[in-house]
Write a protein that binds this ligand. Sequence first.
Ligand code: AGP
Length: 362
Amino acid sequence: TASDKGTYPYYMLKEIDEQPNVMRKLSAKYLDQVGQPVITPALVEKLRDSDRIYIVGAGTSYHAGLVGKAQLEKLTGIPTEVHVASEFAYETPLLSEKPFFIFLSQSGETADSRQVLVNVNQKHLPSLTITNVANSTLSRESDFTLLLEAGPEISVASTKAYTAQIALEAILAKAVGEAKGVAAAQTFDLKGQLAVVAQGMQSIVDEKNEIDQIAQDYFVQANQAFYIGRGIDYTVSLEAALKLKEISYVHAEGFASGELKHGTIALIEPGTPVIGIITQAGTAGLTRSNLEETAARGAQTLSIVRQGLARPDDTFVIPDVDELLTPLLSVIPAQLLAYYTSLNKGLNVDLPRNLAKSVTVE
Ligand code: AGP
């Protein structure tokens, strides 16, 4: 069955491996033969007519929202804010005249996000929930729902829900952008790109042994690690660090690579792993110099780089894909690094200490 571990030692590895298939399922469900989005017209209209989009989520879902902001702004032209649910609930920011709320939640049950939705409903503002669980509380209480179709996610560490959320946000952004007549949305071959993503994911998950070895060489003994990047790569560095923290207990942080020199670089010690995520042409050179600055202070530098920007000594080279979709690929080596670090430390990968799959208290 879908919730069976099969021959996998842990659900997390199974769920990482399922990602190429989740991409194909989302593409088949939400994009038609010619690549046009298949999204309820009433939802597209509400979004098209809004003057600002507010994305709300927690943890990994919040990180998926950060990627969604980049996609929505580029493809629809609508200013988009992303908020941590637990902050938004009690410190509501000033709202625009015609706000639209998007709740991101794998489980659809996260209490922090539910509290925000309660407030949104009291104000009679329109909302969409993007979730993996049909009929979950967030789904029932918001005006619209889009399902992730990722299949049950059992491991506490979220993997396939993150990539499914990002793919679905891109589809939604294309639908709304087309309704607004935005050229970037009209010319975006999302169906073709998602096929490239699915293949690319497969090629990365097929390189497990190499990633296992890197985990053993650099992460199992580490007491801290840093992911760095700029723009969309910075948002992935936050997610990559969260994965490492929650299942391998290595203290990890994601940083905007330009911010390192403003303080964080003091933490770099000989051998500290620093992983640069480099997928955006406009900032690749800058992130590379920031990575070199950490190497000069003794860091063990590694890199996750998009093919077109790669150099011979890069650690992980991911296939080329549209720059709005690179998180779908750059996160995979990071998920696997976290997995193998946890596994090689002899930890319970699926059930890290102190954590629950769904956080139903505020
Ligand atoms: C992810 O690895 C975490 N376990 C956690 O941050 C999770 O994403 C968060 O609790 C939100 O859950 P949700 O998507 O079900 O709302």
